[in-house]
Design a binder for this molecule. Sequence first.
Ligand code: NDP
Length: 271
Amino acid sequence: MTDRYCVFGNPIGHSKSPRIHAIFARQTGQDICYEARLAPLDDFAGALHAFIEAGGRGANVTVPFKETAFSLSTQRTPRAELAGAVNTLRFDQAEIIGDNTDGAGLTRDLAVNLGHALHGQRILLLGAGGAARGVIGPLLDQQPATLTIANRTARKAQDLAEVFSAIGSVKSINYAELAGNDFDLVINATSASLSGELPPLPPGVFAAGSLAYDMMYGKGDTPFMAFARNQGAARVADGLGMLVEQAAEAFFVWRGIRPEGAPVMALLRGE
Ligand code: NDP
């Protein structure tokens, strides 16, 4: 019997996940179906339990349900605990196992697809929301020289730096204090690009040979990517690779087989 998976979100119509997982299933010969499900804003738990009762084997979770999915999980992986949010659920008997594959997706896109090794790098992470929090642990696992977090609301960056300082070299900084500092990798984990805005970066943050990475993806450059090109970043990338690789990691969690992300990215870019 075909195993059922889905992605929950609200809104969800724009999601590329059904397309990505359909390609992964073909690529690996796995018999699964994967659909997008709109969950009511006030009843994610109801939607989740209905899917489990209908025989669902696992699910992805996107905005705005990642924190609720965390609380509804009866077991959580260490990386989900660190992220404080869940984007991948696996249903096993009566257990709802919560995982988070966003950070693994980002680090794989950086290291494998973009060939940008993180060991010894000076990394600047912009933003202190859910996406930023989810990637800090996996970034620190790669042993960068430093990880610096800047956020518009400085307190949130300070809190994150405190939480994660137990596992690596991480500190917070105000945007204004960034002047005079440069970095080998600058990751935009803010939602500024969604509204066509640029985080208040001073000039000079992109070191020679640096990579500028925006978690947002779409057609053409985001304001952050355009700024980075202008400021001399050696390379710029958007977050499509992260999206595909977090999906590949979720597929691996469910099926024990790791699909190839690169051909799927090429396909999606061409559409
Ligand atoms: P949140 O709402 O949790 O956090 C938003 C963050 O952006 C906050 O730190 C906020 O600062 C900051 N911010 C918003 N507007 C501005 C601005 N104009 N200037 C500076 N900072 C700003 O969002 P998420 O963390 O969930 O998502 C962030 C981004 O990451 C989104 O664009 C999302 O699409 C993307 N994403 C991509 C993924 C992928 O697979 N490619 C996966 C997950 C997320 P403050 O605290 O001051 O409000």
